[in-house]
Design a protein around this ligand. Structure first.
Ligand code: 1GP
Length: 231
């Protein structure tokens, strides 16, 4: 069973998934074991990635994490040079909310020679950035505008377009460290129109916010910043 099939099965069985996002630039490799002990017991996945990560660092971080956890580790890359075979799967992102060809198809093409030579599981992922109250790193690095949370139908249509283009899941996010997360109204509207799993992240800091996202329809919640502070 692939990692995608496994999580689809978990969702089918009504399990809610929780991914903790690790930004390699903010992670001490020798603290992998104690860091993992701080994570909530309901953590199902580890995501590793960031907007500006020096080449080779993601590989080191994934290697250290692998020694200390059996949870699946997915690469959530800000750039094609963050791909490492040490991970279990790669979220093959296309930034659907933006109109920068480099992040719609350019980075993906640059990744192919490495992917062709590897056995890494690749999961087509529609990535949608919505406004979280201040300029996010994704916005800055990709030079794209997030979708306004007031434009619910545009967000729903963007997610559906991603599904019809072949994405296996949609990652809907307000950006790391967002002032406010994706609204429950948007999560609900997107989920109702999608036939594929929905991941929601950005600005989710508390158990209450996490549960609200699940209740609105998120199959997986991603939390990053709130756990960085515990290191
Ligand atoms: C960012 O959705 C993730 O891509 C996590 O966001 O750091 O705000 O938890 P936070």
């Amino acid at each position: 069973m692939t990692f995608l099939q496994s999580l689809q099965q978990q969702i089918f069985e009504n399990q809610k998934l929780l991914a903790i996002l690790i930004d390699p630039e903010k992670f001490e490799v020798d603290q992998a074991a104690p860091f993992l002990r701080t994570l909530p017991v309901d953590t199902t996945h580890i995501f590793v990635g960031g907007s500006t990560v020096p080449e080779g660092l993601t590989d080191k971080v994934v290697t250290a994490l692998k020694e200390c956890t059996s949870r699946p580790i997915f690469i959530f890359p800000g750039s094609h040079d963050q791909i490492t075979e040490k991970a279990d799967a790669l979220m093959f992102l296309s930034l659907l909310s933006g109109r920068n060809p480099e992040y719609l198809i350019g980075q993906q093409v640059k990744a192919i020679s490495q992917l062709r030579a590897s056995n890494l599981e690749v999961i087509p992922t529609g990535y949608i950035l919505v406004d979280g109250g201040h300029e996010s790193a994704v916005q800055r690095v990709t030079g794209t505008e997030p979708l306004s949370q007031e434009k619910v139908q545009e967000i729903v249509d963007t997610a559906k377009a991603g599904e019809l283009l072949g994405a296996q899941w949609i990652y809907l996010e307000a950006g790391s460290g967002a002032q406010y997360p994706v609204s429950e109204t948007i999560i609900k509207a997107v989920k109702e129109d999608l036939a594929i799993p929905l991941i929601v992240g950005g600005g989710i800091r508390s158990e209450v916010q996490k549960i609200r996202a699940y209740r609105a329809g998120a199959d997986m919640v991603v939390m990053g910043t709130v756990y960085e502070k515990e290191q």
